[in-house]
Design a protein around this ligand. Structure first.
Ligand SMILES: [Fe+2]
Length: 375
């Protein structure tokens, strides 16, 4: 009886196949997915057939998914072309070849690429942060691959049709925001443009003496020792903050952050921004007062030590960012405009644990002319 029943089931299956076609009753458990729509899916829950997407992409680079801490891009490298020799100072990278043949090279400097491997379809490539690397298409058809960065390396929605377009964007992204001859770009202890008691009661003389004279001085001394004999020995602050990591980044970041912080204050400060900056603030937050509220809330909500920033992208669009420890929006491709220091050393002598009160009081000494000049 059992055999007969199985036979019957096969007979029914055969009838169903005849009526509806094989695909409708396929037992294949691999979903075929929707049709390929190449776009940046942003930080949204996404399930796609990455192979189909990678094979459909014919741009040099298409950002496929850009989240807060991770990004995936699709790449198509023409015959004889390459990804481009580069290094990501603080970002590990994973790449997978969906189709093609490539030579992978890596090394500690641009001129000593001692790691050389051949890779092909279905190969994975892991690039450690800080390694120079390149992937050269050595096959006779476009090299199709996808890449995963953590954190994101390119702006959301990035599309580079050709390598030339990618290089132009790269160059623009690495263009300095600040002139290295600006006074706040000094790696020496910056000279304050006001007396140590001039910012009272917002910031007391004692706090300035410790904050500027001891804390900032220590970062200056540390950086001097750390960069000796390194590629950053003679680099300007912005370059170091953009390209370094670890202790060098922490100390250089703290110098740049404090320089921007101390130089944005004046005993005759207060009031409101004007001109382009005021318009840009109103465009995002509706009013200066709303912006102040959000800025203070960001500072209060930052857990532990760090900085709250008003920053601008390359189109001038403003945003508030929170950065922990020595962080600076420069590392996200944003220009720092205004910053409040929320390390306890910035306010503990004057306000003890009342960070919100310190942040509120700082508005009375902000020199908006200086801040506007950064925008
Ligand atoms: Fe500080």
């Amino acid at each position: 009886m059992k055999i007969k029943r199985v036979k019957n089931e096969f007979f029914l299956l055969w009838i169903a196949m005849a009526l509806f076609g094989w695909s409708a009753i396929s037992c294949d458990s691999t979903p075929k997915g929707d049709s390929v729509l190449l776009k940046d899916y942003g930080a949204e829950p996404t399930v796609i057939n990455i192979d189909a997407y990678t094979m459909s992409n014919s741009n040099f680079r298409t950002a496929l998914w850009t989240g807060v801490n991770l990004q995936s891009t699709l790449m198509s490298i023409p015959v004889g072309g390459d990804v481009g020799l580069e290094k990501h100072p603080t970002t590990d990278q994973f790449l997978r070849i969906e189709e093609g043949t490539a030579q992978v090279v890596m090394g500690d400097t641009e001129t000593s690429l001692t790691f050389v491997k051949t890779a092909g379809t279905d190969f994975a490539i892991f690039v450690p942060a800080g390694k120079w690397h390149n992937i050269i298409n050595t096959g006779n058809k476009p090299l199709k691959l996808y890449s995963i960065y953590s954190p994101a390396e390119h702006p959301h929605g990035t599309v580079h049709k050709t390598q030339e377009e990618a290089e132009e964007a790269e160059e623009a992204a690495h263009q300095h925001f600040f002139n290295k001859n600006e006074n706040f770009m000094t790696r020496e202890l910056i000279q304050l443009p006001y007396a140590t008691n001039a910012l009272e009661p917002a910031i007391s003389r004692q706090t300035i003496e410790f904050h500027h004279g001891k804390h900032l001085q220590a970062y200056v001394n540390n950086l001097k020792n750390l960069v000796q004999g390194t590629e950053f020995a003679n680099a300007d602050l912005e370059t170091i903050v953009r390209e370094s990591d670890g202790a060098i980044f922490n100390n250089a970041g703290q110098i740049l952050n404090h320089n921007l912080y101390f130089m944005q204050f004046s005993p005759t400060g207060g009031d409101k921004p004007s001109g382009r900056l005021a318009q840009a603030i109103n465009a995002v937050w509706g009013s200066f007062e709303n912006f102040q509220k959000e800025f203070e809330a960001a500072g209060v909500g930052l857990f532990g030590s760090g900085w709250v920033w008003l920053a601008a992208d390359r189109d001038g669009k403003l945003s508030i960012t929170k950065e922990s420890n020595a962080g600076n929006p420069l590392t996200k491709g944003l220009k720092p405009i205004l910053t409040f220091d929320v390390w306890e050393h910035a306010y503990y002598l004057d306000f003890q644990n009342r960070r919100a009160d310190q942040l509120k009081s700082l508005w009375s000494i902000v020199d908006w002319k200086t801040v506007e000049s950064r925008y």
